[in-house]
Every structure is written in structure tokens, then in C-alpha cells.
Write a protein of this length. Structure first.
Length: 648
């Protein structure tokens, strides 16, 4: 007999579900892990991708240096100009770029699958990569915000920026950005700069042919830049015109009959990207740098006319194979002209700022400044006779000595004997102190030949020191920016001191050009300066001032070989005068004044012949610091005459 189950009894427990197959478990876990990785990847992309900057105006970094008149004189970095706006351009300009680069620009969301497929089919049909599938928005994202690395992360960032741009900007704004930042070859970025660079016109005035050529260049700017490959650029522009006809922007007849554009450069050509002055002044701009991204225009002190006069003076000089340098500055140290060598394209080494050469007698103003501080004056009697310090006998040029004379005349004739005697009288340390006070920063050895300029200095620092003498205040720092930041190289932070003894220095420097070694530099207005010539004619200098200009000239060979017969009072003085005549708009003096010696020591020519003597110095001797100069020559005769050695 079967027993019936009690209805009130609880039901039997349900059977557990069958176990999930292990493959299904793996799939679920993989999906969860993939979702987590995707979230982390998106978060990483959002964190590392410069999305905020992508909505800001874009420009490639660039510095343009402007002259004192506001004209471009040099450029570093990309050539860029103001952005363009499609609404201000002829319609065919934007249409040309859209036709050749992204004909579905107004119909996609930044990434165009149809465009990618079309490009792939065309490339397969041609058997080579002829056409890309990137949209204009992708190109903007790629070239403006990302590095050129071809990695998965970079491509993902590109896609994210592309979608971001499409979401936040209108199509017209994207096209504005693209045209304003596309690369057109020749280091030119942006349609405005390209229009000026290749056609000397504004983008608003571009012709159809010019627009087609520029649209064609962006595909391969280095290869198709019309300045280097006009034929290739014209062939590409013809293709752009055909594409415009296919899209319907122009008729086929218009595409066929349009005359292809040719390059039309500005008469003055491009702004140079390297000049001696630019190389010197650009490091100074570091004090003005900020976080700005894009083009910066920096005003300099260079004056266009002065620079042209300087270049002309150097080019017209009979240099042979030698080099020359010129620095011109105002009394406050503003550099208005600089030539660092004969040809920048051949040698960018700046002999005006980088070279340190022996100045010879051009160093003597510091000796005489120390003397004036010690109580001497231009009218102090001195004895120009042969002397000996230990085993060293500094000699005058041609062993010619004048005996007893005034300090002024000894300076004018560049007596080595008197300079060394004066140095030993006032102390070498005081001579170095005088040089330091006027701004000489190069190392100076306190040896006996210090007075004769055996320590190397740069032309620009020596010229700036002379600017202090001219202005009556020191130290004057040479500078090339109109608005240097406070404290840059000490300029703007260092107080100027009044040079109480500078009038006496100007007194003796005036005598140099009137009847001394610098007669060839004499102008029709008061002229002050000092010549310098080193041993074996290796360096020749003239540094002087007139009006409101202080100018330094150096002539020599880079390898330090001699220039026989070249003295500071010769070629450098003539270059100096040629520049000053143009710069000051004056005439040179009709004839040099009669020299002190009444005859020119370099020849038997009459006194009015412009052939001033050099002032070479001997190498640095080994002499004890406490050695005193000992006269070794003939005693001066009554009346100041001296028995001179016979000459051949």
C-alpha cells in the first residue's frame, strides 16, 4: 500500500543549477577586465592628451627680432604670422584645401571611414601610397598638439583630440585653425606667412592659381615647396584644380584654363635667420621668456642705417684675406651696429663678441686713468727714454724716443716706455682696477707688459669701456634689447658712477687723432680715440668716439698669423672714419694735423701723409713685481731733445 505524502509537508529542495562551463567563466572575466582596461585607457588618454590646449589659438614657437625702427632683422624658429579667417578669404581658398585634402570635411565627425576606404582603394590601384585618409581635423590634431612618434598611444590621442575638436569647434573654426597652422615648407607655418613668403601678397588677395598651389604643397611641403621645386608644385596645383572641378567648386573649363602660379618673392627677400647681432642678442632674450606659446617679437637696439653703413665700411676695406670686426654703440651702451666678420655665411664666429685678442696700445687708457687718479695730469712731464725692468726692455716703435715731454704727447704718440713707467709708478693693481671699473671682465695678469695690452679682451667690452669715457659715467654695459629685464648681466641693476678723471682721458685721446697715431681717423668734428697694434702686426685696433657714437674696429687673422705693415692707425682707423662719415653725416677732415714728430715714423713721407706709426709690444716678460724701471738710454738734451738712434 502506497503512503500519500502529507500536503502540509514542505516541498523538497530544488536541485542546484548545473555548473557554468569554465569557458563561459573565462569570457565573463575577460570582458570585465577588458572593460576596466578600456576605462583606464580612456582615463589615461584624457589625462595625457592636451585637450584644454587644443581649444586655444595655436602657433609654432618663433622669435622675430626687430630693429630699433620696428623692421624684422632676424628670425629664430618657424616663420609664422597672424591667423587667417575663412570668412575673410576668397571662397576658392578654403575650397582648394578641402578638395585635395578632405572633400567630405563638412559631412564627417572628424574621422571619415569612407575617406579612409577610398584612399586605400586608390593606393591599391596605383600600387603605392599616393593618398592618405586623414581628415583636416586629424591633421590639425596631429601636427599641432602631438609629437611625430608613430605609436598606438599617439594615434589614440590623435583620435581623442579629433573628436574633442569636432565637439567644441565649428567646422569653420577648425578650418581657420588648420589654415593658420599648416606647414608649407621653407620653415613657413600658416597661410598668411605662406602667401607673403611665396607670392608677396596677403591671403585675402590670393588668386585661384596661388590658392591651388598652396593647397597642393601641404601634402609634401619639403618636397613641393615652390622655391625649390616649382615644376612639382605646379603639377600638384593642376591636380588640385581638377579635384575642385570634380567636387563642383569650379568648372572643368576653369580648371583647364587657369594659368599656373609662379613664385613672386618680396624685393628684399626673406628676413635672415642668422646674423652676428642676432646670435649675440638672442641669449639675452632668455630673461624675457615666459610661458607664451607662439610668435614673439622682440625689439632690439640695432639701427638699420647704422648696420648698413657698418657692413659697407667692412666690405669696402682692403682686407685681403684678413678678418675684421666692428661694433658701434650709443653712449649708454645701446649697440646700433655689429659686424663679426667678413661673411656670416662663411663663418658665424663672431669676432666682435667671442674673440679675445690682445688690444695692444688700445689698453693704455686704463693705465692713464690710474695715473690721473694718482694725481698726474695731461701736462705732467715724463721722460720718454729706453728703460729696463729686470731682463725686459720695452721698446718704442723703431727705437725712437722723445725724451722729456708732456704726458699728453706721450699718449698721443703711444710711447711704450712712458706707459710702462707710468704703470710701475701707480701700481699694476690700480691699472687693473681702472680696467675693471670701466667694465673689462676678461682675465688680466698683473705682469709688467700689462700696460702694453698683452691680455686678450673682446672688441665689444673694450668699446663699452670707451663708451664710459665718452659719456663720463661707468660702467657702461653693451646691450642689444630695448627693454632688458632688471638685472640682466648687471645692466639695469648696477649703478653708474661719475668719472671725475674722464675729461683728462678725453684730452689725451683727442691728441691721438689730432697729431698722434690716430690721425687717419680724424673727422671734421672733435674726434677721440686710441690705436692698438700688437707684436708682429697680429692685431690692429682703433676704438674711438665722436658725436653720440662709440665705435671699435679690429683687424687680424683668425689663425693669429701676422699682417705685415697693418697698424691700428692705418686700416682700422680708415674703416672707423669711413663708417663715422656715413653714420654722422659729416665729412672727414681735409688733412690730418701735423704729427708731434713732424715726420711719419713709418716712412720718410711728409707729415701730412696719413701713415701713422704702430705701437707693438713685446711678449709678457718674467719680472719681479718690485722691480723698478731703470733708464738705459741717452739722457735727454736741454730743451727736451733726445739723441735718437740712427735709422736706415
Amino acid at each position: 500500500m502506497l503512503l500519500r505524502r502529507n500536503a502540509s509537508a514542505p516541498p523538497a529542495a530544488a536541485l542546484p543549477p548545473p555548473p557554468t562551463p569554465w569557458r563561459a567563466r573565462v569570457v565573463k572575466r575577460a570582458l570585465k577586465l577588458g572593460a576596466l582596461i578600456l576605462v583606464l585607457l580612456i582615463a589615461w588618454l584624457a589625462f595625457t592628451t592636451p585637450l584644454s590646449r587644443s581649444l586655444q589659438p595655436i602657433a609654432a614657437p618663433s622669435i622675430t627680432l626687430l630693429s630699433a625702427e620696428g623692421e624684422p632683422i632676424a628670425r629664430r624658429g618657424a616663420i609664422i604670422e597672424a591667423p587667417v579667417h575663412v570668412a575673410d578669404l576668397p571662397p576658392y581658398v578654403g575650397q582648394a584645401f578641402i578638395s585635395i585634402e578632405d572633400r567630405r570635411f563638412f559631412h564627417h565627425i572628424g574621422i571619415d571611414p569612407w575617406g579612409i576606404a577610398r584612399a586605400m582603394l586608390r593606393n591599391l590601384r596605383l600600387g603605392r601610397v599616393r593618398e592618405g585618409g586623414s581628415t583636416l581635423t586629424q591633421q590639425l590634431a596631429r601636427t599641432s598638439f602631438l609629437s611625430p612618434d608613430r605609436t598606438f598611444g599617439r594615434k589614440a590621442q590623435e583620435a581623442l583630440i579629433t573628436l574633442w575638436l569636432e565637439a567644441w569647434l565649428t567646422k569653420e573654426e577648425i578650418l581657420d585653425r588648420y589654415l593658420s597652422n599648416a606647414y608649407f615648407g621653407d620653415n613657413v607655418y600658416g597661410l598668411r606667412a605662406a602667401a607673403h613668403h611665396y607670392f608677396n601678397t596677403d591671403p585675402e588677395r590670393l588668386t585661384l592659381a596661388q590658392a591651388a598651389m598652396l593647397a597642393g604643397v601641404v601634402n609634401a611641403p619639403s618636397r613641393l615647396a615652390p622655391t625649390g621645386n616649382l615644376e612639382g608644385a605646379q603639377q600638384r596645383s593642376r591636380r588640385v584644380l581638377r579635384m575642385m572641378a570634380e567636387v563642383g567648386y569650379i568648372s572643368e573649363a576653369k580648371a583647364r584654363n587657369t594659368t599656373l602660379a609662379r613664385v613672386r618673392r618680396a624685393p628684399d627677400g626673406d628676413v635672415p635667420t642668422g646674423t652676428y647681432f642676432a646670435d649675440w642678442v638672442l641669449p639675452q632674450t632668455g630673461a624675457l621668456e615666459d610661458e607664451a606659446y607662439g610668435e614673439r617679437q622682440i625689439h632690439t637696439t640695432l639701427e638699420g642705417d647704422m648696420q648698413r653703413y657698418a657692413v659697407r665700411a667692412i666690405r669696402r676695406a682692403n682686407l685681403g684675406g684678413a678678418q675684421a670686426a666692428l661694433v658701434a654703440m650709443r653712449l649708454d651702451g645701446r649697440v646700433v651696429a655689429m659686424v663679426g666678420g667678413r661673411d656670416y655665411s662663411q663663418s658665424a664666429f663672431n669676432r666682435a663678441t667671442q674673440a679675445r685678442r690682445q688690444p695692444g696700445s688700445a689698453f693704455k687708457p686704463f693705465v692713464y686713468l690710474a695715473a690721473f687718479r694718482a694725481g698726474m695730469t695731461p701736462n705732467t712731464p715724463v721722460n720718454d727714454v729706453p728703460i729696463r725692468l729686470g731682463n725686459w726692455e720695452p721698446a718704442n716703435y723703431g727705437n725712437s724716443y722723445r725724451g722729456r715731454e708732456l704726458l699728453r704727447d706721450a699718449f698721443a704718440e703711444s710711447s711704450n716706455s712712458v706707459a710702462v713707467q707710468t704703470q710701475e709708478r701707480v701700481g699694476r693693481r690700480n691699472v687693473i682696477r681702472a680696467a675693471r671699473d670701466l667694465g673689462i671682465t676678461s682675465p688680466l695678469r698683473a705682469d709688467p707688459s700689462l700696460a702694453l695690452g698683452t691680455n686678450g679682451v673682446s672688441l665689444i667690452e673694450l668699446t663699452a669701456a670707451y663708451a664710459g669715457i665718452a659719456s663720463g659715467r661707468y660702467p657702461i654695459r653693451a646691450h642689444g634689447l630695448t627693454e632688458p629685464s632688471p638685472g640682466w648681466l648687471g645692466w639695469g641693476a648696477e649703478p653708474l658712477h661719475r668719472g671725475h678723471y674722464f675729461p683728462m682721458l678725453r684730452d689725451v685721446m683727442y691728441a691721438v687723432t689730432q697729431r698722434g697715431t690716430g690721425r687717419a681717423a680724424r673727422l671734421s668734428i672733435p674726434t677721440f680715440g686710441k690705436t692698438g697694434t700688437t707684436s708682429d702686426y697680429r692685431d690692429a685696433w682703433f676704438v674711438g668716439f665722436a658725436g653720440d657714437l662709440v665705435v671699435g674696429i679690429w683687424v687680424g687673422n683668425d689663425d693669429n698669423t701676422p699682417l705685415p705693415g697693418t697698424t691700428g692707425g692705418g686700416l682700422p682707423a680708415r674703416i672707423w672714419r669711413a663708417f663715422m662719415v656715413d653714420a654722422l653725416g659729416i665729412r672727414p677732415a681735409r688733412a690730418p694735423a701735423v704729427p708731434l714728430s713732424q715726420t711719419d715714423r713709418t716712412s720718410s713721407a711728409p707729415a701730412n701723409v696719413q701713415a701713422p706709426p704702430p705701437e707693438p709690444q713685446a711678449p709678457a716678460p718674467q719680472v719681479p713685481d718690485n722691480a723698478a724701471p731703470i733708464p738705459v738710454g741717452p739722457a735727454p738734451q736741454p730743451g727736451g731733445a733726445t739723441q735718437r738712434p740712427p735709422t736706415n
